[in-house]
Design a protein around this ligand. Structure first.
Ligand code: NAD
Length: 487
C-alpha cells in the first residue's frame, strides 16, 4: 500500500526521488506514540534508493543553481504558502506521528516551518552581499555560489521544523537536497515532498529517502557526490557521520545534544525563574536546548524548589491532541525505556527524587512523569549525560564563579539560561559561559537570523542568517585588478 490514512490525512509512504514516488521492496512499521496505533508501513530505503536520489539531485543542480535567487525565491514562497494552507493537516499528522502538542504545531511550529522557507528565500534575494573592498587598488568581490547536493539528516523530536530549518536555507542557497527523515517520525517529510511538487519545484531539486539511520542514513553520508552534509542528532551518530564524510572530505554542519544549565541567582525574579524552569519540560523533555540542570543560589534554593514543584504539579500530561494538554508521551517505547533507565539507575545510586520519578501509571504507554532529582552526586550520570526526557536536576551554588564552573562542567555547550535581577551581574556570567545560545530571563526566543549551534560536543558550525549561507554555499572571492580593461 503506497498511501496511509493518518488522522484523515492521506500520506504517501514511498520515497520521493526525482519528482516521482518510488517504493522499496521492504518496509518498516510506523506507530503513534500516543496510543501505539499502527499508522503506516514506510518504504525502507538503502544504498540503492540513496544512489537514485543523489543522482536525481545532481541532475537537477544545473537547473536550480542557475535560477536567480528571485526565481528560486518565488518557488520557495509558494512552498511556504502551501505549508500555511495545510497547517491543520501537517499539525495533526506530526502530533499523531511523534506525540508533540497539536496546539503548538498549529500556533507556533508549522507557521515556523513556512518561515524557514520565506526567511531564507528573502535573505538570498535581499541580504546576501558583502561590501566590496580594496587591496592595493584591486577590488575584492564576495559571492555565495550554490555548492551542489546537500544531504540532510534530522531527528524525531521536531521533525518538520528541524528538517526545514536546513532544507530552507540549502534550497535558497541554490543547492539541491536529499533528506533522510527520522524513522520514528517519517510522515510530515512526505507531505512536504507533495508540497514542493505542487509549488512547481523542478523534479530532483528536493528528494526524500525514508529508512533507518544505519541503512539509508549511512548510505547518504558515505555518498561521494554530496557537497554538504547537515546532521542534527546525537553525539554518537555524529561521530559515525563525521567518519563517513571524512572519506570524501565533505563539509558537515552538526547540531547535537546538550545538558544545558539554568542558573538562577539570589536576586532573580522568582516568578520568571519558576515559569522558565517549568518550560524545560516542554515536548516531554525531548528538546535539545532544554536547561536540564538547574543551578540555584543557596539562599533561595528551598523557596525556588517549593514554588517549582507546586507549579510543575499543575502540568497536565495527556493526549497531545487535546488543547488542554501541556506535555505528551515519549516518542517510542525504546526511548521511554532509555529515559526510565536513567531514572532507575539514579534511584539505585541513592539520588533524591523530589518530583515524579517514573512512568505515569494513569496514562500507561509511553508517558513518563515530569521528574526532578535534587542535589545529585557530582559527576553522576544523571547530571552529566543527556536524558532527552522530562528529567531535570537541581544543584546549589554559593558564588557566581562556582555557578559558572558548574555550568561549563559538561562536555556539552549547546545552550544556557540565566535568570538574574542585575544586568551587569548577568553579563559577567554570560561572558564566561561556553554555549552557542544563552537566554537571560527568557527561554526559546529564536530569530532565524541569529547564529545557532553548539560549542564543545554540542555541535560544529553555526546556522541561521548569513551563517546558513556560509555553510550551504561556496563562498567565493573574486579579485578585480584596476587595469587590463580595453575601455
Ligand atoms: P540520532 O543521532 O539517533 O538520529 C538522528 C538521525 O540520524 C535520524 O534520522 C537517524 O535515522 C539518523 N542516523 C542514525 N544512525 C545513522 C548513521 N549511522 N548514519 C547516518 N544517519 C544516521 O538522534 P535522535 O535520537 O533521533 O535525536 C535525539 C538527539 O538529537 C539528541 O541528542 C538531541 O539533543 C539531538 N538534537 C539536537 C538538536 C540541535 O539543534 N542541536 C535538535 C534536536 C535534537
Amino acid at each position: 500500500m503506497s498511501m496511509a490514512n493518518v488522522a484523515g490525512v492521506s500520506v504517501d509512504t514511498r520515497h520521493f526521488i526525482g519528482g516521482e514516488r518510488i517504493a522499496s521492496a521492504q518496509t518498516f512499521a510506523d506507530h503513534s506514540p500516543i496510543d501505539g496505533v499502527h499508522l503506516a508501513d514506510i518504504s525502507r530505503g538503502g544504498k540503492q534508493e540513496v544512489d537514485l536520489a543523489v543522482a536525481a539531485a545532481k541532475a537537477a543542480f544545473p537547473i536550480w543553481s542557475q535560477m536567480s535567487p528571485q526565481e528560486r525565491g518565488a518557488i520557495l514562497h509558494r512552498v511556504a504558502d502551501l505549508v500555511e494552507e495545510r497547517i491543520e493537516e501537517l499539525a495533526i499528522v506530526e502530533t499523531t506521528d511523534n506525540g508533540s502538542l497539536l496546539r503548538s504545531h498549529r500556533r507556533g511550529v508549522m507557521p515556523r516551518v513556512a518561515m524557514n522557507f520565506r526567511f531564507f528565500a528573502d535573505y538570498a534575494m535581499n541580504q546576501l552581499s558583502y561590501p566590496d573592498f580594496e587591496t592595493r587598488g584591486h577590488t575584492n568581490h564576495v559571492t555565495w555560489d550554490p555548492a551542489g547536493v546537500t544531504g540532510i539528516i534530522t531527528p524525531w523530536n521536531a521533525p518538520l521544523m528541524l528538517a526545514t530549518w536546513r532544507i530552507g536555507p540549502a534550497l535558497a542557497a541554490g543547492d539541491t537536497v536529499v533528506a533522510k527523515p527520522p524513522e520514528w517520525a517519517p510522515l510530515t517529510a512526505s507531505l512536504l515532498a507533495d508540497i514542493t511538487a505542487e509549488a512547481g519545484m523542478p523534479p530532483g531539486v528536493f528528494n526524500v529517502v525514508q529508512g533507518f539511520g544505519e541503512e539509508a542514513g549511512a548510505a547518504l553520508t558515505a555518498h561521494p557526490d554530496l557537497s554538504r552534509i547537515s546532521f542534527t542528532g546525537s553525539v554518537p551518530t555524529a561521530k559515525l557521520v563525521a567518519k563517513a564524510a571524512a572519506e570524501n572530505l565533505v563539509p558537515c554542519s552538526f547540531e547535537l545534544g546538550g545538558k544545558s544549565p539554568l542558573i538562577i541567582t539570589d536576586d532573580a525574579d522568582l516568578d520568571i525563574a519558576v515559569t522558565v524552569a517549568v518550560e524545560q519540560y516542554d515536548n516531554a523533555g525531548q528538546v535539545c536546548l532544554s536547561g536540564t540542570r538547574f543551578l540555584v543560589q543557596r539562599g533561595i534554593a528551598e523557596k525556588f524548589k517549593a514554588a517549582f514543584i507546586e507549579r510543575a504539579k499543575q502540568i497536565k500530561q495527556g493526549d497531545p491532541r487535546d488543547e488542554a494538554t501541556d506535555i505528551g508521551p515519549q516518542i517510542h517505547p525504546e526511548h521511554f525505556t532509555r529515559v526510565k533507565g536513567f531514572v532507575d539507575r539514579a534511584v539505585a545510586e541513592g539520588q533524591t527524587v523530589v518530583l515524579g520519578g517514573g512512568p505515569n501509571s494513569e496514562l500507561g504507554g509511553n508517558f513518563f512523569m515530569p521528574t526532578l532529582i535534587d542535589n545529585p552526586t557530582v559527576g553522576s550520570e544523571i547530571i552529566t549525560q543527556e536524558v532527552f526526557g522530562p528529567v531535570l536536576c537541581m544543584q546549589q551554588f554559593d558564588t557566581d564563579a562556582e555557578a559558572i564552573e558548574m555550568a561549563n562542567g559538561t562536555e556539552f555547550g549547546l545552550a544556557a539560561v540565566v535568570i538574574c535581577g542585575d544586568k551587569k551581574r548577568a553579563e559577567a556570567i554570560t561572558d564566561r559561559l561556553v554555549a552557542g545560545t544563552i537566554w537571560v530571563n527568557c527561554f526559546f526566543v529564536r530569530d532565524l537570523g541569529a547564529p545557532f549551534g553548539g560549542s564543545k560536543k554540542s555541535g560544529i558550525g553555526r546556522e541561521g542568517g548569513i551563517w546558513s549561507f556560509d555553510f550551504y554555499a561556496d563562498v567565493k572571492n573574486t579579485v578585480f585588478a584596476p587595469n587590463g580593461w580595453k575601455e
